[in-house]
Each structure stands twice: as structure tokens, then as C-alpha cells.
Design a protein around this ligand. Structure first.
Ligand SMILES: [Zn+2]
Length: 235
């Protein structure tokens, strides 16, 4: 990314009612915080190499915690991307995660948290990539920004049109199965982006650690939005 990616204005959500992104009842549902850094020694290369085994590990962790979803990943330095050469193309591998992942069953509905329009969408069909992806454009209190929804089902993008309005509260997408989501255990990658540059239907969800500062400036912490879904459970 260019140095001009600097962002002068943060999100301005003052006085705005933000809706949910997934179904969650803070009174009865639990969240399991995943750790995908090197400190998690349970995640051996053998687990990561096989999507079915990795999925079983994810599901098992959540079941043990009696959690409806797993969550985490913003500003996390991850080792799991070593499973795919997709993240090793440059001189420095990309390992710093720029969104929040919500881990849950394929078919989980994704809701729009505020009125938006479809900026772009794409099937990023590489091993380890986003699979089906939607980018929605928001204008809240005069501040334009984007949300990238990655690892979706192909049906989520089947009838979509660029410029299409998506109402607040609309269930506009679902979590994809591995064959449609870039070969990951089912989850949603949710990332906020101020400047997309020329990106369409795709934008880096992980960056080289050395470029962390500029990328995090362009992708603020999604908990500003997700705290309205998960309430105190997230904090
Ligand atoms: Zn992610």
C-alpha cells in the first residue's frame, strides 16, 4: 500500500444505531476467543494442513467452551497462514491479520449493520484466499468507509449487482463451506476499510508485519461495529 493511505478521520458513529452482523443473544450465547499466534502450540502443521482436521479442531474448541461462535484476530500476528503459499508471495510473508474472524457453522446468516450499497464482489478461489467475497460501501455521518465480508457462500454473490442497495438488517449473505470459502473452516472475515484504492471484491486481510502501522490505520478495529452484536461478551 502507498504511504498516502493515511486516514485523517476515524469512524464517526455518534448518534447512530448499529445493527447486528450475526444472530447472537448476549444473555445466553457464549463466544470463544481464538488464539492463532505462535503461542498456540496445539495448532500443529498437521492440523493446519488438512482443512477437515482444522475444521474439527475449530469446532471442538467451540464445543468444549459451549460457545456459539469463535472470535478474534484483529491485529493478531498469525502463524496459520503458513498453510497456504498464497500469503508468501512477497519477500516478507503476510501474517498480520487486519479483520475480525467470526467462526461458526456454514450457512450462518450475515446481516447488514447499517444501510449500504454493493461496492463489489468476487469469488477469490485460491487455496487459503477469501472464496466468495462482498464489499459493501457505507456513509455514516458523512464518513465513507467499506466493510469486506470474506469466506462467504457462492449463493451470497449469485444474484448481487454492483450499486445494489442493501438495507440495514438485511440477511444478505451466509458463511460458506470450505469448497466455496477458500478452503477454510467456516467463518466470516469482517474487515473495515477506509481507502480501497483500486481494489474490487478483494483487499488484503493480512499484511506483512513491517507494514502493520499503515495497514491498521486504513482498517480500524471492527469491534466498533461488532460490539453491537456481541455486547459485553466481546469486551
Ligand atoms: Zn480473517
Amino acid at each position: 500500500m502507498q504511504e498516502t493511505a493515511t486516514v485523517k478521520h476515524p469512524l464517526n458513529l455518534e448518534g447512530v444505531v448499529i445493527g447486528k452482523v450475526v444472530d447472537f443473544d448476549p444473555a445466553s450465547d457464549q463466544l470463544y476467543p481464538f488464539n492463532f499466534t505462535a503461542s498456540n502450540t496445539e495448532l500443529s502443521p498437521e492440523v493446519l494442513a488438512d482443512t477437515a482436521v482444522f475444521s474439527d479442531w475449530i469446532t471442538g474448541q467451540m464445543a468444549k467452551a459451549n460457545a456459539r461462535y469463535g472470535i478474534g484476530g484483529y491485529d493478531e500476528h498469525r502463524t496459520i497462514y503458513a498453510r497456504s503459499s498464497h500469503f508468501d508471495a512477497g519477500e516478507e510473508p503476510r501474517r498480520l491479520h487486519l479483520g475480525v474472524d467470526i467462526w461458526g457453522p456454514a450457512g450462518t446468516k450475515v446481516y447488514n449493520f447499517y444501510k449500504a450499497e454493493v461496492h463489489s464482489f468476487k469469488f477469490n478461489d485460491h487455496y487459503g484466499d477469501y472464496g466468495a467475497t462482498i464489499i459493501l460501501k457505507y456513509d455514516i455521518n458523512g464518513r465513507v468507509f467499506y466493510a469486506l465480508y470474506g469466506h462467504l457462500s457462492l449463493s451470497s454473490i449469485a444474484d448481487l449487482k454492483v450499486g445494489q442497495k442493501i438495507a440495514k438488517g438485511a440477511a444478505f449473505a451466509t458463511f460458506g463451506i470450505p469448497e466455496e470459502n477458500g478452503h477454510w473452516p467456516p467463518h466470516l472475515h469482517f474487515q473495515l476499510i477506509f481507502n480501497l484504492f483500486s481494489a474490487r471484491g478483494d483487499y488484503p486481510g493480512v499484511c506483512p508485519f513491517s507494514q502493520k502501522a499503515v495497514f491498521l490505520l486504513n482498517s480500524p478495529d471492527p469491534s466498533a461495529i461488532l460490539k453491537h452484536t456481541f455486547k459485553a461478551a466481546l469486551i
